[in-house]
Write a protein that binds this ligand. Structure first.
Ligand code: CP
Ligand code: NVA
Length: 329
């Protein structure tokens, strides 16, 4: 498998074999890390991380991953660089390509990263845009594979804002890997018809199904994986909270939802999560709307079925796999 020089932007252009290869590679790199075995395969190279939105997992995974691979790493946050303000994306891409061997970008519209990739002469990796979150998908699929020993034929249900970046990407990766995907949400938050149509072709090729439903019992029945994400994503206006809470409260992942799923079902969440009031936003929501838990109850989040911290750790191994596979010569 040769992914050398490839960008990693939205998974739509990656084949099933390529995605599975990256997960396998991440598994090998995870073992090496656990055994304390050096894997400085990209010694002497440098990467730059561009973040226009906040991050804990993605930033740390890229930074630690780069260091583990022997590379140098520069972080550029939402302020402090010229990008977007005094310098166009095209010019930024060409400058950074002269100094770095790979570029990570987290920001707003997918168009920005596509533009960055068009002008960059080194691999560009999507660390999250409004539309897609592809590196998250590798960690999610790796975690599911670790738990069930396979992916093909399993049923994953996404509950919540099913047209956000994480849900869109789950739709893509599940249809590519033969995982039956169910979106369980109010109709107005279903993924865009065009993306669903595109993914239906992949699902057919890979022997899996795509289901969109508003009905919780029907949606969750027999699920191996129950997945949710925040009800309001970064970049959305805070005024949307009231409507989202109203629309999505019935789709909260709670004990009853887990009871309706397969008895062996696991719970996943890309994180960060509002499962209590121990955050600034969590507290504000409690004061304003009287809600102590949002997309998932604390009980489910802290349960044995919850694999969210395995999932978070796998961000490191999978992001390292993406950097290594696309940068090696
Ligand atoms: N899941 C995820 O992308 O987390 P961060 O926002 O902390 O990077
Ligand atoms: N949908 C969330 C994902 C965070 C990792 C957001 O975009 O804020």
């Amino acid at each position: 498998m040769n992914l050398s020089g490839r960008d990693f932007l939205k998974l739509l252009d990656y084949s099933k074999e390529e995605i599975l290869y990256l997960i396998e590679l991440a598994t090998v790199l995870k073992q090496k890390k656990k055994m304390n075995e050096s894997h400085r395969y990209l010694y002497g190279k440098n990467v730059v991380l561009l973040f226009e939105k906040d991050s804990t997992r993605t930033r740390c995974a890229f930074e630690v991953g780069a260091l583990d691979l022997g590379m140098g790493c520069t972080y550029l946050g939402p302020t402090g660089s010229q990008m977007g303000k005094k310098e166009s994306i095209a010019d930024t891409a060409r400058v950074l390509s002269r100094m770095y061997d790979g570029i990570e970008y987290r920001g707003f519209s997918q168009e920005i990263i596509e533009e960055l990739a068009k002008y960059a002469s080194v691999p560009v990796w999507n660390g999250l845009t409004d539309e897609f979150h592809p590196t998250q998908m590798l960690a999610d699929m790796m975690t599911i594979k670790e738990q069930f020993g396979k992916l093909q034929g399993l049923k994953l249900v996404f509950m919540g804002d099913a047209r956000n970046n994480v849900a869109n990407s789950l739709l893509v990766v599940c249809s590519k890997l033969g995982v039956n995907f169910t979106c369980c949400a109010p109709k107005e938050l279903f993924p865009k018809a065009e993306l669903v149509q595109q993914c239906e072709t992949f699902a057919r090729e890979n022997g899996s199904t795509i289901t969109l439903t508003e009905n919780i019992e029907e949606g969750v029945k027999g699920a191996h994986v129950i997945y949710t994400d925040v009800w309001v994503s970064m970049g959305e206006d805070a005024s949307i909270w009231q409507k989202r809470i109203h629309d999505l409260k019935p789709y909260q992942v709670n004990k009853e939802v887990m009871r309706l799923a397969n008895p062996k079902a696991i719970f996943l969440h890309c994180l960060p999560s509002f499962h209590d009031t121990k955050t600034k936003v969590g507290k504000e929501i409690q004061e304003q709307f009287g809600l102590e838990e949002m997309e998932v109850t604390n009980e489910v989040f802290e349960s044995e079925q919850s694999k969210v911290f395995d999932q978070a750790e796998n961000r490191l191994h999978t992001i390292k796999a993406v950097m290594y596979a696309t940068m090696k010569e």
